[in-house]
Design a protein around this ligand. Structure first.
Ligand code: PLP
Length: 429
């Protein structure tokens, strides 16, 4: 199929090659963060000095002992299929992690291992959603939740959080969103893209709301759990809400904690009936995740953990550096994130403004485009996170590039003219 046809496929049922595409795939899009990173890479190949603040991964190297363990595993012949949802020793490593980090004890039959947290989430939804089943998602939200839910046949029910409340979910808003069709409530703390860290008391209040709806389960995405700043406590949902354990699935992975995004290993802990069903999905899709990568993940989870606090400190310094520069910008409103490695900057005061080239910035997509063209900084527009007008800035890059990128952003935005305020904060896209 020609590339142009792939880029602009006819709707299902129409003639031509696009008719081959199913309705489900026509409903989803290439992850916008990946799309923006690819655009930045193409500009770099063309010789432009582009700094990407679009990426969702640490710039650190995977620790050497982890890399070596994959090498050793492959050399000793650990290169075959494993059990669909993880080799037993890898599941044991995940159990050890939960005991050490969260004081949670699981049996092997309560653990699922797949190719990244993204696939874990997919497996859980594929295993449970029927058409009409609803999944409550708080926005701003990670780019993939809505698409994965739709791909699996479910209906996303979006509940907005508020910047002025630190993007924390409101239990009353959750209560209003729950219906007899709600199958899942998705929580993500520390949050991508806002960096919000949900306090334990809030998790418990949210759990109380869900408890009254016996058919609803909670998926707690804790992939950024170790990236919590300002010495704030971190809390697993299952610890804050133990009574809901039979209806909770914790999803997590090695990508963000151990700088292992490309290894593709994620995991989950939850009730056995669900873990069994997720294993079925995994067995008929990926078979199992990559075996040397599983061995590497087991080493990461059980080996030396001393990089984690060091990386956290580095990230905290980078956050402070970025905040110090961005706060100077008359067109941005920024709040310091409590965790993860993103700043979700409010660009309300850029909307309607005129660029030096005479264009009007109509929305946050236009702001992100302008920053790429004028400042050569790649960011991700808030529309990707279903909450506009914002841009997400990743500070997972070295201090020199953070400073350069933020200075360029400030200069480009300060060069805008025209209206400096339009109150469309909080509007969904
Ligand atoms: C909130 C959240 N959940 C899950 C993932 C997926 O992680 P993985 O690399 O393990 O698939 C990401 C990656 O960006 C994320 O930000």
């Amino acid at each position: 199929m020609a590339q142009s046809q792939l880029n602009d496929p006819p709707q299902a049922g129409e003639g031509g090659p696009g008719a081959m595409l199913g309705r489900r795939v026509l409903g989803i899009k290439l992850s916008p963060t990946i799309a923006m990173s690819e655009r930045a890479a193409r500009m770099r190949e063309a010789g432009k000095d582009v700094i990407s603040m679009a990426v969702g991964e640490l710039d650190f190297d995977t620790p050497a002992h982890v890399v070596e363990s994959a090498d050793a595993a492959a050399k000793r012949g650990f290169t075959r299929y494993t059990a669909p949802d993880g080799a037993p020793f890898v599941k044991d490593a995940v159990r050890e992690k939960f005991l050490r980090d969260n004081d949670l004890s699981f049996g092997r039959e309560e653990i699922h291992v797949a190719s990244g947290c993204k696939q874990v989430i997919h497996n859980a939804f594929a295993a449970t959603l029927d058409p009409g089943d609803e999944v409550v998602i708080f926005t701003p939200s990670w780019v993939s939740y809505i698409d994965i839910v739709e791909f699996c046949g479910g209906t996303p029910v979006v509940v907005e959080t508020r910047p002025e409340e630190g993007f924390l979910p409101d239990p009353a808003g959750l209560e209003a969103a729950l219906t007899p069709r709600t199958k899942w409530v998705l929580l993500n703390s520390p949050n991508n893209p806002t960096g919000a860290v949900y306090p334990a008391a809030l998790l418990a209040r949210l759990a109380d709301v869900v408890a009254a709806h016996p058919r609803a389960m909670v998926m707690s995405d804790e992939i950024y759990e170790h990236l919590v700043f300002d010495r704030a406590p971190r809390q697993s949902f299952m610890v804050a809400a133990p009574a809901l354990r039979p209806r909770t699935l914790i999803v997590n992975g090695v990508s963000k904690t151990y700088a292992m995004t490309g290894w593709r290993v994620g995991f989950a802990a939850g009730p056995r009936w669900l873990i069994d069903a997720m294993a079925c999905v995994q067995s008929q899709t990926a078979g199992s995740s990559n075996s040397p990568a599983q061995a590497a993940a087991a080493t990461a989870l059980t080996g030396d953990q001393s990089e984690i606090p060091r990386w956290r400190q580095v990230l905290e310094r980078r956050r402070d550096l970025a905040m110090e520069i961005l706060r100077r910008c008359g067109r941005l409103d920024v709040r310091a994130p409590g965790g993860a490695f993103y700043i979700y900057a409010d660009v309300s005061r850029c909307i309607g403004a005129i660029t030096p080239g005479g264009a009007t910035l109509a929305d946050d997509d236009a702001v992100a485009e302008y920053l790429l063209d004028a400042a050569h900084v790649a960011t991700v527009a808030g529309s990707a996170f279903a909450f506009s007008p914002f841009v997400r800035l990743s500070f997972a890059l070295d201090e020199g590039r953070i400073a350069a990128a933020c200075e360029r952003i400030v200069a480009a935005l300060d060069a805008l003219t025209g209206p400096d305020a339009r109150d469309n904060r909080g509007a969904s896209s």
